[in-house]
Design a protein around this ligand. Structure first.
Ligand code: HEM
Length: 304
């Protein structure tokens, strides 16, 4: 394997790393030099008591692993790539009761039951209640919208475009650009070779959705926040396999409603400071984002 250009000890699951930033430059280097890369880790840091895990960073390889649950299990070690070092094996195993951490055929059976609550009709029916709630959130809690809001405020031309045209493609681009779930993992059920790299049964494989969502072979100018991006085959909701996010439609609807409400009632938005980021091994989260609005906007009645 060619040598990846990473500093010694660099670990994509280090919570201090995501506390600081998403490692886009390092992902780019991995996609080019070692797209399926073994990262050795001390046995006691992730909760799994093993010697490390593989990092899969290319869009096509992430999709391949996601869509082959017979080779890559979500159940053996759960989908969570790193727990804290004090977790016991019993505490990990109890998490196999949730759907995210099941394998077919049990997963298929449970998902068939749960997805009845996620039909287009079931999702649209509370839409007007959500619309009202979205408006009332924007009227009361100005800093609730984290990544999308931050992206708009650091790309004012995109906010102007949004205010003017409200492109239907916006919510998906917010999810691609933010990729709030940086990674999940699978565990190999038999020796296999994703991306041409030999991986042995029992080894863990990290799927880096964040890296896939910034792959230049798939996205034009992936570093650009472009709310008109279409098509947008991002993997922010997963790689299309059996665990593909069941909440995609309500999430997209909610993002749509929130930003519509913000654009309706809050002109003159500004960003007074940097966001405070979440410390996590696998979530790209914003803990606090302060946004200020022009005072007169508080008296503007919502349109429509
Ligand atoms: C922007 C918001 C969201 C993002 C980025 C997101 C992302 C994800 C990702 C990456 C997965 C794993 C996919 C895989 O392993 O292939 C997932 C699974 C899942 N998501 Fe979401 N999600 C979001 C919102 C929601 C919402 C609002 C709900 C519920 C209302 C939800 C329910 C689920 C469920 C139940 C699963 C597990 C599905 C399974 O294992 O079969 N998600 N999500």
């Amino acid at each position: 394997m060619r040598c990846p250009h990473l500093p010694d000890g660099f670990d994509f699951t280090d919570p201090d790393l995501l506390h600081d930033r998403v490692p886009h430059l390092e992902f780019a280097s991995m996609r080019e030099t070692a797209p399926v890369w073994w990262r050795a880790q001390p046995a006691d840091i992730s909760g799994f008591g093993d010697e490390g895990c593989w990092s899969v960073t290319r869009h096509a390889d992430v999709k391949y692993v996601s869509t082959h649950p017979e080779l890559f299990s979500s159940q053996t070690n759960t989908a969570v790539i790193r727990f804290n070092e004090t977790i016991s094996r019993d505490q990990i195993d109890v998490q196999k009761l949730i759907m995210l951490n099941m394998d077919p055929p049990e997963h298929t059976r449970v998902r068939q039951i749960v997805q009845r609550g996620f039909t287009p009709r079931a999702i649209r029916s509370p839409e007007s209640a959500l619309r009202t709630r979205a408006r009332s959130i924007v009227e009361t809690a100005r800093n609730a919208i984290s990544h999308g809001m931050h992206a708009f405020l650091t790309h004012p031309e995109q906010w102007e475009l949004y205010e003017r045209e409200r492109p239907r493609t916006t919510a998906e681009e917010i999810v691609r650009w933010a990729t709030p779930v940086v990674s999940f993992q699978r565990t190999v059920t038999e020796d296999t070779e994703p991306g041409g790299q030999r991986i042995r049964k029992g080894e863990r494989v990290g799927l880096f959705w964040s890296s896939a969502d910034n792959a230049p072979e798939v996205f034009d100018s992936p570093e650009a926040f472009d709310i008109s991006r279409d098509p947008n085959p991002h993997l922010g909701f997963g790689g299309g396999g059996p665990h593909f996010c069941l909440g995609r439609s309500p999430a997209v609807l909610e993002i749509d409603l929130i930003f519509n409400a913000i654009a309706d009632v809050l002109p003159g938005l500004r960003l007074p400071g940097d966001p405070r980021r979440l410390r996590s091994a696998w979530i790209n989260g914003i803990k606090q984002l302060q946004v200020s609005a022009a005072p007169e906007s508080w008296h503007r009645p919502p349109s429509g």
